[in-house]
Design a protein. Structure first.
Length: 374
């Protein structure tokens, strides 16, 4: 199947209706797609623990995503050679400071956070010391002290996490870092979470809780952006004619699950604002607020993990329609899967044309869909 994520929303609905009409159980179809995807990743496993043949195959974050996708697939055992070799590859890259990274490649915190979540999912006691070092490294990447910046830059970065090699925070790295700290057992009352909430608030279009000057004047949509005052998809003009950063799906769902990891409850103004945006912009077949299919496979993971963290299976959108996110997303992902079990984005931004990366994202999301449909 060579469809791209830019297809209209009606396609997934039509596909779901078609499978039901043909007598095929949508859940069975999704489970079958997960198995095909896991088989594809295993078929692409290299002896050194990497996957595929692209130059990006050595990136710890990509190996970590593939490992996580396999480990969370019900039919894949922990002692599978592809799993064990990938885990050994990541462990072998751990540096003296605890980072799982390739020296001089950069993106240390991004790679370490993803690798730590994957290794933790294996639940292997032999990784205990490795993961403890990862935790200390990730904690040290939070920008919550004297950053050596002038006040306005410090203000924007405080409480967030960046790539590790530069003192600039963004919501994407913050979400990966908080997921890792949560998985690694950092208690909910930790200062790390309290400080992170400050940064996440400043990424949200919500005047009730956001005190960042460069986020003032928005429409209070509840959506989130990449970092305070900056969106990966430019700006929008408000009804008052002001240009403000454009909220979009990737970051809104990343921010939502991060707030939940930080201990905020469903009735908090921050999460209530998230739900407002989601109910007005719900989509399983595209990254709302984005451009075309850019970042779609990153989006499906953020989407599935946010609803999973919230414990929400069905809800009403702003137009009164009751939706089931897992069924909607699973149907669309099944429609996009290629015959060999892989996925790839027709848009190259953020490396999603790489079938290993896109398939890892899609399989992680599909596994969460399958859990939610039980």
């Amino acid at each position: 199947m060579r469809k791209t994520a830019i297809l209209a929303a009606t396609f997934s609905v039509a596909l779901l209706a078609a499978t039901v009409h043909a007598g095929e159980d949508p859940k069975a179809a999704a489970e079958g797609a997960s198995k095909k995807a896991a088989d594809f990743l295993k078929s692409q496993a290299n002896e050194d623990g990497t996957f595929g043949k692209s130059e990006a195959r050595v990136v710890p974050g990509i190996v970590g995503l593939a490992l996580n996708a396999l480990v969370t697939s019900p039919g894949v055992k922990a002692d599978d050679p592809a799993v064990q070799k990938a885990a050994a590859y990541l462990v072998g890259l751990q540096q003296n400071d605890g980072a799982i990274a390739i020296p001089r490649m950069g993106n240390e915190n991004y790679n370490t956070s993803i690798a730590a979540v994957a290794l933790k999912a294996l639940n292997d006691p032999k990784h205990k010391d490795v993961l403890e070092k990862c935790k200390k490294y990730i904690e040290g990447c939070q920008l919550d002290g004297d950053l050596g910046y002038k006040s306005d830059e410090h203000y924007q970065a405080y409480g967030g996490f960046g790539y590790g090699s530069a003192k600039r925070a963004d919501l994407s790295n913050t979400a990966f870092s908080l997921e890792a700290l949560k998985a690694l057992g950092v208690p909910e009352d930790s200062e790390a979470y309290k400080n992170a909430i400050v940064f996440i608030r400043r990424c949200q279009d919500n005047s009730e809780t956001n005190d960042a000057p460069n986020m003032k004047g928005g429409e209070n949509s509840g959506g989130m952006v990449y970092l305070p005052g900056d969106s990966e998809f430019g700006t929008i003009k408000t009804r008052d004619g002001k240009e403000v950063p454009k909220p979009y799906g990737n970051m809104t769902y990343q921010g939502m699950r991060s707030l939940i990891y930080c201990g905020l409850k469903a009735d908090s103004p921050e999460l209530q604002a998230c739900w407002k945006w989601i109910k007005n912009n719900y989509a399983a077949d595209k990254n709302p607020g984005g451009k075309g299919s850019e970042g779609y496979y990153y989006y499906v993971v953020a989407f599935a993990k946010a609803f999973t963290a919230a414990g929400q299976k069905e809800f009403q959108t702003a137009d009164g329609k009751t939706v089931n996110w897992a069924k909607d997303l699973a149907a669309h992902l099944v429609s996009l899967q290629k015959e060999d079990g892989s996925w790839a984005n027709g848009d190259k931004r953020w490396m999603e044309s790489d079938s290993i990366l896109a398939t890892s994202y899609a399989l992680i999301a599909l596994n969460l869909c399958n859990e939610a449909m039980k």
